[in-house]
Design a protein around this ligand. Structure first.
Ligand code: CUA
Length: 311
């Protein structure tokens, strides 16, 4: 594609070609009918124009075959669009189990990312080529949207909940990262770069931890916070716990005291930390204090990473 006027962005992820094929199909079908209908209108204007005052066309009273044809053809076309789009959608939002997880927090007006190795980045994200990468996103303030055109990937970062998306970069290089949701005065400056490195180069890069910052991996940081914030006091399975056990909690079924059953996903665990009264586990007292304001979103993600690791 033309460098100075890229009509279609680089195709740098495993999904990019699939998305483009669907897009071209949609454009193709739309263009075909636009031209067909436009041409017929113009032709009919001339072909059936009024030629004299007494000139009357014959009345038409329905035509079953025609009705069937112009119902079935569009139906088949939109069903193709639906199935094709749905298959692609599921593919895009179901990360493979072996995907590397990167935690992403949006805030006015920057992107903050943490790698499994512990390394932090702001407005730049290094990823390895040929490996699936899963992003878990949230926001400190308002809705942002993580958009990488070259990967055909866009996902909102929503305050108070987690969203995920994944991609597999297929080409090394640097690609634009944008915020695609209007989020305030400096929305247009909330952008950065995705750097796709050869896999070994990424491993070296990720292992280079700044000794001054003594960066911990999300798991280590979460474990430390779990102790420092006093979670241990009530959720330590060894000490006859006051609070529900967190070992094996992740993705398990939890019975609440109002009889409901919920799945303990990331959103549930997060809500239980910042809004403990919202869902009381059956058989426990509503005594947990809220940790709202005491932990930022990155720290919440780290604690959840730690709880997810307890099996
Ligand atoms: Cu963040 Cu727009």
């Amino acid at each position: 594609m033309n460098e100075r006027f890229p009509v279609i962005p680089d195709q740098a992820s495993a999904l990019a070609r699939d998305v483009d094929m669907l897009y071209l199909f949609l454009i193709g079908v739309s263009a075909f009918f636009l031209i067909l209908i436009g041409a017929l209108i113009i032709w009919f204007v001339f072909r059936f124009r009024r030629t004299s005052d007494t000139d009357r066309p014959a009345e038409i009273h329905g035509h079953t075959k025609l009705e069937i044809v112009w119902t079935v053809i569009p139906l088949v076309l939109v069903l193709i669009m639906f199935v094709w789009g749905a298959v692609l959608f599921f593919k895009q939002f179901r990360p493979p189990a072996d995907a590397m997880e990167i935690l992403v927090t949006g805030k006015q007006w920057m992107w903050k990312m943490q790698h499994p190795s512990g390394r932090w980045e702001i407005n730049e994200l290094h990823v390895p080529v040929g490996r699936p990468v899963k992003l878990t996103l949230t926001s400190e303030d308002v809705i942002h949207s993580f958009y990488v055109p070259a990967f055909r990937t866009k996902m909102d970062a929503v305050p108070g909940r987690y969203t995920t998306v994944w991609f597999e970069p297929t080409r090394t290089g640097s690609y634009h990262l944008f915020c695609a949701e209007y989020c305030g005065a400096e929305h247009s400056l909330m952008k950065g770069w995705i750097h796709v490195l050869p896999a070994e180069e990424y491993d070296d890069w990720a292992a280079r931890i700044d000794p001054d910052l003594a960066e911990l991996t999300p798991l280590e940081a979460g474990e430390r916070l779990f102790t420092e914030m006093g979670c241990m006091a009530c959720h330590n399975p060894a000490s006859g716990a006051l609070g529900p056990n967190v070992v094996g909690l992740y993705m398990s079924e939890v019975r609440l005291d109002d009889g409901r059953t919920v799945i303990a996903d990331e959103d549930y665990i997060r809500q239980s930390i910042v809004e403990p009264m919202a869902k009381i586990v059956e058989g426990y007292q509503p005594i947990m204090p809220t940790y709202r304001g005491q932990l930022d979103e990155s720290q919440l993600m780290q604690i959840i990473t730690y709880i997810k690791s307890l099996e």
